[in-house]
Structure formats: structure tokens, C-alpha cells
Design a protein around this ligand. Sequence first.
Ligand SMILES: *[C@@H]1O[C@H](CO)[C@@H](O)[C@H](O)[C@H]1NC(C)=O
Ligand SMILES: *[C@@H]1O[C@H](CO)[C@@H](O)[C@H](O)[C@H]1NC(C)=O
Ligand SMILES: *[C@@H]1O[C@H](CO)[C@@H](O)[C@H](O)[C@H]1NC(C)=O
Ligand SMILES: *[C@@H]1O[C@H](CO)[C@@H](O)[C@H](O)[C@H]1NC(C)=O
Length: 601
Amino acid sequence: MLNLLLFRGRRPATLVGIAFILSTFLLIVITPPGSETIKQPWTTSRILQSPLNQNQNQNGTTANVSLTADRKIHILLPATKSNVNFCKTLLTMTILGYPSPTIIAWEDKDKAKGLLGGGSHFAKITRTLDYINDPVRRSHPGFDDELVFMLDAYDIWFQLPLNMLLSRYDAIIEEENARVAHRMGRAYNNEGINSKIVFGAGKRCAPNLLNSVSCYPVPESPLPNDIYGGNTDTLIGINGWASFRTRYLNSGYTIGPVGEMRRVLERALEKLKECQNRKDASFDDESGASDFCYHGSDQSIFVEMFGEQEYYREVMRRHHRTGMDDMLDKVVPGRAGSKPPPTDVQQAPIIDRLEPGFTHQKYNKTHLPDKPFEFGIALDYWSLLGHQTSNALTDARYIRHSRLLKPQIGKQGNFECVPKTDRLPLPLDLPGSQQLPWLAGSYPNEWETMPLYTEICIGTVPVMIHHNSVEKYHREEQWNQTWWHGRSRMLLEERRKEGAPQLHEGIPTDKGSVVLWEDLCPKKMEKELFREPEPKKVEALQTESKITDATKPGAVQPEIKVPEPIKPEPIISEVVQPEAIKHEGIKPEDTAPEAKALEVK
Ligand SMILES: *[C@@H]1O[C@H](CO)[C@@H](O)[C@H](O)[C@H]1NC(C)=O
Ligand SMILES: *[C@@H]1O[C@H](CO)[C@@H](O)[C@H](O)[C@H]1NC(C)=O
Ligand SMILES: *[C@@H]1O[C@H](CO)[C@@H](O)[C@H](O)[C@H]1NC(C)=O
Ligand SMILES: *[C@@H]1O[C@H](CO)[C@@H](O)[C@H](O)[C@H]1NC(C)=O
């Protein structure tokens, strides 16, 4: 290769040659050696751990937490009506002191046949856009820089407060931009790439077809590629997806500045108009899986936008390279902007990310000015904001971090990840042994002694638990494993005393109305919401109080329930309309027609 350069050069060939050799030598000396893994994640080496555990050498546990006071956030909950699951979401937000949300799509009555939730999934796009485009709001100076945070209203619980959500959002953005800058090389600055929108992430490219542009250009997961040992990223596991690392977009929640979100949603709306009557798409697998936007899935639209974004990021990477880069890459592995290593989707190999070897949806590789497919979408790979339970039920437990891990994890299945340490340190943004005054004297009152839903494979304590697993009964089963169990009524009353507007004035909707808390979450729901011991039966009360150590420091810890083995997961189907809950007992195929096509036997 060196020879090649020297022969080609004309008069100053020797000079160029010497300069080349010298610079190459220098680069080799200053570049750390790459790891010897076969399938390297597309990362810079410093991003091999969660953004929050990198500052290990910093003193104290208070990594920089951004102040929330001066940041305005609009929290949008798409919900056509209330039910107990909606109230669980509201309750957790309220006791943690989140600002009042706005309910969008309230009392909407979409009833399109054959579409998920009667077409209500699309409300996440249309109603959020309506909110963002409201002329009165838009006339407020600075509105476009405020944050908008939209999340599923029936299956998300909050366990950490807003300042952590915001500082983690910042951390994700910072990490993502470092990673993408490395991946794209020169193109990153030349094209002005800068991600600002964060979506959730999951293990499946779903419901989209793997051979479509939604899936094959998607970058590797930055998570360690040994979390499930030799099973990692293979079909070996409790089902065909459980051993994969988190890599694909999930639209259970999204957060970002209003202005950027508007661009994302306006494009999503365009796509919605294109695909809602679509049939027999050229890239369909002949099952009709992709018809009608994958039968009314808002997620399919965002997944496709992310795929296109990544396709064109690769186009841009190539566009800004020179012949010199090709040569240097051969000498210095892992340079910024170098050719990405081979990858695969669900084990289908991909050498060329724009043209995989398998039958695929063809896309135009022409570099376009103005980066029309770039939306600055980043994913929450580390589940710092939220953890998707779909195909990941065995990856998480409710853990008290001050205690040994093993007894709390309980019996593990053959395919589960094995935590590498006896204890899992709390993430650095959680001050472990600091007493939390807002727990109003109830116990446990420190993060490290409370049972926190924890992703034990990578050690993340997410802000949100997103129960998007098809096994919706976990919303009942786990409700009493959380730190608020046994004291949620008291904590809610504390917030009422503080004057939380949700509890006093009610919650505003996009229909201009305000719904009172008592109407959203009436008395009859309180039995499930608070799960207080029945006062009548003395016996029951005694057993219950043994379990809920809400008021007693150092009380006996309850047996941690080990998640049961799981069937393959189809696509999430209930997002905006609570009716879909009725599908609980129904087989996956029935709730999500597209699941049939994707299911691996
Ligand atoms: C960090 O902690 C160490 C040991 O606890 C202490 O000696 C050192 O002074 C601290 N550094 C700072 C900057 O606080
Ligand atoms: C943390 O905050 C301090 C004080 O505001 C600042 O000097 C420092 O650069 C910040 N560190 C990081 C890593 O952002
Ligand atoms: C790709 O896009 C470019 C620019 O829009 C256009 O000129 C070209 O004809 C397209 N190529 C194909 C194969 O469609
Ligand atoms: C928690 O609730 C579930 C579902 O109601 C119940 O089956 C389980 O026994 C409860 N666990 C404890 C420790 O109370």
C-alpha cells in the first residue's frame, strides 16, 4: 500500500512518502489499540460504559446535574380516556413532583378497523403536532427551545425525579454526538450534524421489516457486546430476541426541544399520509405486514425515519471522505469516519450498510445538500430514561443497591446475563446515602436502600419503567415491588399540601378542558392504586405490614419475584386507547397482525 503511493507520486514522491510514513507512525503511536472483538460496536472507546458511570474518578456522587428551574418542559400524555393504568402513570409522576402534564387526544374517537387501537396510535403524531403548532404557544418567545416530552400514558411508571430525567437527557445527547462524530468523521462537522431528540430503544426493529430501510442501516448498539456471554446478539435465548442488545427505536417516549420535535413530527405526518392507505409496498415480504403503516403503528413511522436518517448519515460519511482516508484506514484501525465494520440485523449479515447482501428495499445513494433525512434522532440505548420491558423481562429486578445482588436476583435462567459484581453501585447521579426529605419521614428514605427497578445486565436504574412487554399483567404484579408501595397515598397527600396543581386544579387537556384528579382517578381505583391493607382482617394486616417496610427502617425484605420465562414478544399495541387492555388474554397475533409475519418459530 505504501508502495502504491510512492509509485503514483510524481516529483515530490519521496517527500510525500516520508511525510506519510511519519504521520502514519505518529497516528499509530497516539491511537489506542482497538479491542479484538469480531463485531466491534460503532463507538469511541470511552463510550463502552453508561454515560453516567464514566466519571468514577470524580469525588462524591453528585455528578453535574443540570438545574431544572430555568428549563421549561411540556409533558404530553396521549390518552383518550382514563383508567387505573393511566392513574398509575399519573400517580408516580405526581408523587415525584413532576410538573402537571397535558393530556392530548383526550376523548378522541378514532375507530378505524384493522388499525392498532382503531388508528389511535397516530394521535401521538397528530395531537402532539397540534400542541406544538398552537399559534398562542408559538407566539411565546423561546417556545421552540423549551423541551417537549411525550410518553405512553398507560404503561409507564416513574421512579426517579425530573432533574435526573433532564440531566440524563443531556448526558445522552452529549454521548450520542461524540459517538456520531466519530462514526461520521469529517461529515459530522461539514454537514452540521447535532442530535437533540431522544427516543426510547428496544431490542427489535419492530414492527418494520428487517429488509426495509427502517432496519438494515441502523447502527450497532453501543452496549458491551458480551452482556449475554456468547449468546449476545444471537437467536439463542429464551426467545428469538431476548439475547439481543438494545439497538432499535421505540416510540414509547420521546423528548427534545420543541423546534426540533416539530421537524420530526411534520415529517412523521407526511409519512403517515403516505402510508396510511399503502398496500403491497415494494419491500413488503408478501404478507402485507407493512400495509397501512404496519396496520396503524406510529412506531413504524419513527423507526423508518430513524432508518432513513442512518442511511443518509452513511451516505454523508462516504461523501466527505477522500482517497487519503482509505489509505490511512488500512494503517490505522478505528479512525474517525472510517468504514464501519460488518454487522447484521437479526443475524442476517451486512457488509455494505447501503446495500446489504440480502433482498432489501433499495434506496437512492445520491448525496443531497441540506440533509433532508437528518432529524437529529438519538436513542436511549442505556435505558437511562426508560427501560422497555419487551423481550427484556429477565434483564431487570427491583434491587436495593446497598445489599448484595445475588439474593435479590434470585434464581436465574440459563440464558440470563450474569452480573459481574456482587453489588451494583448506584449510578453516579443518584446520591446513595443521602436522606430524601420529600419522603416525609417514611422509610426507606435513601436511594440505596429503596427497591429500585434496575437493569442488572448493564447496571442502569432507569427514570421510567416502560411496561411494553405483551405480558401486561406485570403492571399489577410489580406494582407492590416499587419503592412507593405502601406509602403512595401519604406521598400524594404531601404533594397536595404543597399545592401540586394536578391535585388542586386538575389536569389540562388539548380540548381546552381541565379534568379533575378525582374524575380521572376516582375512589374506586384507590384499592389498586394504594393497595392498602384491608382494615377488617387483622391477620392480613400483619402479613402485609411485614412486607411493606414503608414505615419501619430495617424491616424484613420481601422475597423478590423472579420474572417468569417469556414467550416471544410481538409488537406493542396499546398506546393511546385503554380499550386495548381488554386484549390481555388474547394471543399476540390477535392484537398485532404484523407480529405473525415477524415471529420467529
Ligand atoms: C477527593 O477525595 C479524596 C479522598 O476522599 C480527597 O483526598 C480529595 O481531596 C478529594 N478531592 C477533591 C477535589 O475534593
Ligand atoms: C460541572 O460543573 C462545574 C461548575 O459549574 C463546572 O466547572 C464543570 O466544568 C462541570 N463539569 C462537567 C463535566 O460538566
Ligand atoms: C437519485 O437522486 C438523484 C438526486 O435527486 C437523482 O438525480 C437520481 O436520478 C436518483 N437516482 C435514482 C436511481 O433514482
Ligand atoms: C404483589 O402483587 C401481586 C399481584 O397482585 C401478588 O400476586 C403478589 O403476591 C404481591 N406480592 C407481595 C409481596 O405482596
